[in-house]
Structures are given as C-alpha cells and as structure tokens.
Design a protein around this ligand. Structure first.
Ligand SMILES: NC(=O)c1ccc[n+]([C@@H]2O[C@H](COP(=O)([O-])OP(=O)(O)OC[C@H]3O[C@@H](n4cnc5c(N)ncnc54)[C@H](OP(=O)(O)O)[C@@H]3O)[C@@H](O)[C@H]2O)c1
Length: 432
C-alpha cells in the first residue's frame, strides 16, 4: 500500500470529545475509508493522567503524557486537538503545524484568538487547520461558510450559539424560574460547569461569533472587539413582560456587515416570538445567516455533547483524508481576510426595552417621556405592568423605536437620576 494511504492520527485529549472521536473513528473507519484503500489508525493519545478511568477502550500503550510523543511522531499525519483552553493547546497546534501535520481542532478559544496567525503558519507549511467543531457543535457551519455560501456576500449572522445559556433562558421563560435556580438546575444536569462564567457571561458566544464573523465577512475580528453582556442580570418578570409583548429573550450573537465596518455583539435580546430563532429552545443552537443571493437561511441542531461534536471532528478528518488520498492540497484556500473597522457599540442603533420601578403617582410618565424627547428617542409603547401599593411604586416597561446606543445610555442615566425613579431594573435590546 502507498505509504500516504496508511494514515496515523494523534489525539490530544481524551475527555468528552476525545473519547467520542476515539470510539467513532475505529468503529466507522472501514465504512468511511475502506473504499479509499486507506487505513486510519489512532496511534497516540495525549492525556494529563494515564491512570484515569476512560469512557472508551483503548490500548493503554497508546496513552502518553508527553506531547512530543504525539507531535514529533513521523507516522502521525493528522493531529486532533480536543484539549480545550488557550494553552498549551495553542503551542501544541503550532508545533504540529511546524512538523508538517494537518490539524483538526474543536477549540473555539484558540481559533477565535489566534486563528489568523495559525492559518498563516499552516499555509506557509502547506498543511490544513480545520475547525468545524469549534462553533455550533454538531451543526455544520464552518464548511457551509467556506463552500456552500461562497458565492454570497454575507450581510448578517444572528445566532444562539451557547446551549448552556439557552437552557437557562428557556427555563426562566417556561417555568418562571429566576436566574440562580435555573443555573443550579443546569449544573445539576451537567449542562453548566461548576464555574459557569465562560457561558453565562457570554465569553463562549463571543469566541464563536468572532470565528463566524471573521470567516463569513472575510476579515479578522478578535474576541476583544466583540461587545459582550451576559445573562446574570435577567429577571423572571422580564420574560413574562416580553412574552406579553410578543417576544422571547435570547442570548443573541449578532454580526452585521455594514458600509461603516462590522457590528459584532453578544447580549440578551428580545426577539419576536414568531421568528424561528425565538423557537430555538433548551440546549439547542440556531444560526441564522443572511446572504445577498441565498437570502435568509437557518441552521439548527445540537451545539454540544460528545456525539454531535464528534460528528463535526470526524467530518473534518474525513475531508482531510479524502483530499490527501486524491493528492489534492488539503488546505482550504479562502479569500484573503481584509481588516475592517469594528463599529463602536456607542454608534450602533437598536430598539430597546426598559423596565423601570417608579413612584406610583401622576406626572411621572411626563418626566420620563421628556428625557427620551430631549435626545430624540421616540417611544413605541409604555405599559404599566404592576403596582406595589405598600411601597407606593409601579413598574413601567418602555419600548423604543430605533435609537442610537450612546443616546439611549445617556437617557437611561438621566432617567435613573430622576427623583421619581427608584430603579432602572432592565435595559435590553430588541431585534425585530
Ligand atoms: N464538550 C462539548 O460538548 C464540546 C462541544 C464543542 C466543542 N468542544 C471543545 O472541545 C474541546 C474539548 O472539550 P471536552 O469537553 O472534550 O474537554 P474535557 O472533557 O475537559 O477533556 C479535555 C481532555 O484534554 C486532556 N488535557 C487537558 N489539558 C491537558 C494538558 N495540559 N496536557 C495533556 N492533556 C490535557 C484531559 O486529560 P485527562 O483526561 O487526563 O484529564 C482530557 O482528556 C474544547 O476545546 C471544547 O471547547 C467541546
């Protein structure tokens, strides 16, 4: 057999995803690669602890705690990185590339922060870095951007790309739970980490949006440039009020390709309930894309979990193997990425939802309306939601028409200073 057709895999990590890959690749190898005259073997697996019980049966001799055993083995052609985190994963990927190995990774943090430098290093070395599993778990989206939508100028990406927060928000909407109890339930079910910050504060969605907007708009968006708000501040009554107004609240990752630059932001958002995105519930993910030719397109599926993520990782391996066997360049030749300005959040326009606790007496509304009027923000609706007779307060929800973010923030600050306003309880954006 041609040496090229005896391909070796080196696996970095044998956790949730690594175990899935270690189980599925040998099980499906014959069906996937047999007709290509190719045999694919997992030669080495890097772990931290060789003694740890594993979810998959593997020859114990495969396991190593020495990265060099994987990264410097000339019989390993493809390195699958499923360790996670920035380091040492970044160093390992660089080293694999320098050794002329193709890389498949599920690592959103590394790709979001270091994608451009890694892709340049890979191109210079003539190898590929593939990262389908880094966004949307089992949902095919990277290959869809690279291939199926390549004729389009993408205008907008709107996505629910964090299953943990979507599960929590769905519980808050359906059961009337407050954030803390919905989070505790997600943790008990294994949907949220003991330290949930990466998910609930929006970092994970930011990484994924940086990857999608960079790829989709052929530019370089660093995660630090993405505006971010998490979901900790949301209250159960916001979900009730939003529902009464015909909206769901979702942690939306939104990227817009405008003439002034790219808008990239992750924040809780009111979405009309009839929109498909508003119906993406529980741990599911949904990615809506708008292109000049294709119009609006929606991808929906499982954004995490061993099997969906393994589906994406193995698909990347299959694609690499097919290209290698056909003698093609395995590296995807994407159009050049051109740096574009990121529109500052202060310059973004949106509709807004504001929940205020105010004194329950005449003349309050006029004072609030004046603050909006002075900054040319037009109010779409004001609804008195509930009154607390004992406290002498009432709860008001204000929905605005399109307004500038900076003007809106000034208005909210001015409203908060009014003697008749005891609290600006919520300040959320609305996408129609
Ligand atoms: N889990 C999902 O549903 C999912 C979905 C999409 C993408 N991803 C991405 O997939 C990647 C892996 O996630 P996971 O959930 O499988 O993680 P995980 O369960 O925590 O597994 C990590 C694995 O990496 C090994 N490891 C960690 N640090 C290491 C080090 N310094 N040296 C050697 N080995 C090390 C661990 O070894 P030990 O086993 O010995 O501790 C473990 O086997 C991450 O980038 C994640 O973001 C995961």
């Amino acid at each position: 057999m041609d040496a090229r057709h005896e391909l070796g895999i080196g696996l970095l990590g044998l956790g949730t995803v690594g175990s899935g890959v270690a189980r599925i690749l040998p099980a499906k190898s014959e069906a996937l690669f047999g007709h290509l005259g190719t045999s694919l073997t997992i030669r080495r697996v890097l772990v931290r602890d060789r003694e740890k019980p594993r979810a998959v049966r593997l020859d114990p001799a495969c396991l190593t705690t020495d990265p060099a055993v994987v990264l410097d083995d000339p019989a390993i052609h493809i390195v699958v990185e499923v360790i996670g985190g920035e380091e040492p994963a970044l160093t390992f990927i660089h080293r694999a590339v320098a050794q002329g190995k193709h890389v498949v990774t599920a690592n959103k943090e590394v790709i979001a922060k270091h994608g451009p430098e890694l892709f340049r290093a890979a191109a210079a070395r003539g190898v590929a870095i593939k990262y389908e599993a880094s966004v949307g778990g089992g949902i095919p989206i990277i290959a869809v951007f690279q291939h199926d939508l390549s004729a389009n100028d993408l205008r907008e990406i709107r996505a629910i790309i964090n299953g943990t927060t979507n599960y929590i928000l769905t519980r808050m909407a359906n059961e009337g739970s407050e954030f803390a109890s919905a989070l505790a339930e997600a943790q008990a079910l294994g949907y949220a980490e003991p330290d949930p910050a990466n998910d609930v504060d929006g970092h994970d969605a930011v990484y994924k949006l940086a990857i999608l907007s960079s790829l989709g708009f052929h530019t370089e968006v660093h995660p630090d440039q993405v505006y971010r708000e998490g979901i900790r501040q949301l209250a159960a009554r916001d979900f009730q009020y939003a529902a009464n107004l015909g909206y769901a609240i979702k942690l939306l990752a939104l990227a817009r390709n405008t003439t002034r630059g790219v808008e990239v932001r992750v924040h809780p958002t009111l979405i009309p309930r009839e929109r498909l995105l508003a119906k993406v519930d529980g741990v599911f993910n949904g990615i809506e894309v708008e292109g000049d030719l294709v119009g609006r397109l929606m991808l929906y599926g499982r954004g995490a979990g061993a099997e969906p993520t393994t589906s994406a990782v193995v698909a990347d391996v299959v694609d690499l193997v097919q290209r290698i066997v056909r003698g093609e360049s395995p590296a995807y030749q994407e159009p050049p990425r051109v740096p574009r300005p990121v529109v500052p959040m202060a310059e973004v326009t949106s509709r807004y939802y504001l929940r205020l606790i105010v004194a329950d007496r005449a003349g309050v509304l006029a004072q609030i309306a004046r603050e909006f009027g002075e900054r040319n923000i037009s109010i779409a609706a004001v609804i008195q939601m509930a009154a607390d007779a004992a406290a002498g307060t009432a709860e008001l929800v204000v929905m605005t028409h399109q307004a500038n973010e900076a003007a809106m923030r000034q208005t909210v600050a001015a409203i908060a200073r009014l003697a008749v306003v005891s609290q600006v309880a919520s300040f959320l954006r609305v996408e129609d």
